[in-house]
Design a protein around this ligand. Structure first.
Ligand code: SF4
Length: 100
């Protein structure tokens, strides 16, 4: 009986730990800098209105990019191009891909 309780408790702890880890990683990612070498190479800007107008499609920004992983309505979110960093929902870079 004690062993069953121990294993049940461990499973609950592991599950809760997973939720905490996911929450921290989604909300506390450091914001990518516009001076980051990859950001510069891709023309990333926090404000899509400041992007190179000859390259940017109308109304394209991170929030409507296929690679944006932020929640609906979020101001910042993860992006596959910048692992471990957050990009601005209103940002933009040359790797923008229309959300399917
Ligand atoms: Fe934003 Fe998409 Fe560029 Fe990532 S790939 S920085 S989500 S436009």
């Amino acid at each position: 009986m004690n062993r069953r309780r121990f294993l049940t408790g461990m499973a609950a702890t592991v599950t809760m730990g997973g939720f905490v880890t996911a929450r921290v990683s989604a909300e506390d990612l450091p914001k990518v800098s516009e001076d980051d070498p990859t950001a510069k190479a891709l023309g990333y800007v926090h404000d899509a209105a400041k992007a190179d107008a000859t390259l940017r499609k109308d109304d394209s920004n991170c929030s409507n990019c296929q690679l944006y992983q932020g929640a609906e309505g979020s101001q910042w979110g993860a992006c596959a191009i910048f692992p471990g960093k957050a990009v601005a929902a209103e940002g933009w870079c040359k790797s923008w891909v229309v959300k399917a």
